[in-house]
Ligand binder design. Structure first.
Ligand code: NAG
Length: 288
């Protein structure tokens, strides 16, 4: 049954890799760390154009960190941004007294659940990129493949609440520029970001904080690996015993003999440890 352990661990590792979702908090661009989580919200960009005899309102809703929140149920399904859209474009037409008429809604970024943006930057040597591109493909409508390209620019003088600027919309490609402090690499000279960086320069207390943060991440990874491994081991073990060995009842539990012994093994082990520790205490500095 030993192969099951190995298999379960391999499989859980694979699950872990594939489920490594896009994270604004721990974004990696050209080997540098960025934290874009300050921009994790639905930002609205809208403008009116005079299109006599009507006014045409074009609205973009953008969240660079996650799919957009779904509209309230009061909004008809057909008028809502598509599910899994991270960037949504809608066009509304206003004509005197006739009220608003929504004429277009489509995803400009994000189509299926597994869609994720890509982050790209051109680097020169070991410099932290001061600009990078956030790109995501959207829906295809009448042969036009919609997509979004946000150029993020590191700007410590700006505020993360600032809206992006509309640069161009051509052949379905929406180009935005977003100048914010969140677009600066962590560990950059400024101290508005990157508590990790402050720790590096700080005293021992700061260092300890940094260790704790990374330690938490490491242990939660190990823990989730362990749990997925355990689940896989149980599922595969039961399947194997049931389908191949054709076991029934309690016998479907993988490595049943081992698990029966397990409590005794544990007490044995604890006893052994206790003996060692208390023995060592009695004998002072005994060499192991
Ligand atoms: C666009 O025009 C409509 C209709 O006049 C108005 O209700 C809306 O507030 C305007 N939006 C902007 C962003 O100017």
């Amino acid at each position: 049954m030993r192969p099951f352990f190995t298999l379960a661990i391999l499989a859980s590792a694979a699950i872990h890799v594939t489920s490594a979702a896009f994270s604004c908090k721990n974004a990696q661009i050209a080997g540098f760390a960025y934290d874009l989580s300050a921009l994790a919200r639905d930002t609205i960009l809208e403008r009116n154009a005079t299109t006599a005899p009507t006014i045409t309102n074009t609205k973009y809703v953008i969240n660079p960190c996650a799919p957009l929140q779904s509209s309230p149920d009061s909004v008809p399904k057909i008028d809502q941004c598509p599910e899994n859209a991270w960037v949504c474009r809608s066009v509304t037409n206003y004509k005197d007294k006739e009220g608003a008429r929504l004429t277009e809604v489509n995803s400009v970024g994000g189509n299926s659940k597994s869609d994720e943006p890509t982050l790209q930057a051109t680097t020169s040597g070991s410099d932290r990129p001061a600009e990078f591109h956030w790109k995501m493909g959207g829906a295809e409508v009448d042969g036009v493949k919609w997509s979004t390209d946000i150029k993020f620019v590191c700007n410590k003088g700006a505020k993360n609440e600032d809206s992006p600027k509309l640069v161009a919309l051509k052949d379905g490609l929406l180009e935005l520029e977003w100048s914010v402090p969140a677009a600066c690499a962590l560990g950059d000279d400024g101290k508005d970001k990157a508590p990790e960086d402050d720790n590096k320069d700080g005293d021992k207390g700061g260092d300890k904080d940094g260790e704790e943060t990374s330690g938490g991440g490491f242990f939660s990874t190990v823990f989730s690996l362990f749990i997925s491994g355990l689940v896989l081991y149980l599922v595969l073990g039961v399947m194997y015993n049931y389908l191949v060995v054709r076991a029934t009842g309690m016998d479907v539990i993988p490595n049943l003999a081992f698990w029966r012994e397990f409590p005794y093994l544990c007490t044995d082990f604890a006893q052994h440890i206790w003996d060692t520790v208390s023995g060592r205490r009695r004998g002072g500095y005994s060499v192991v």
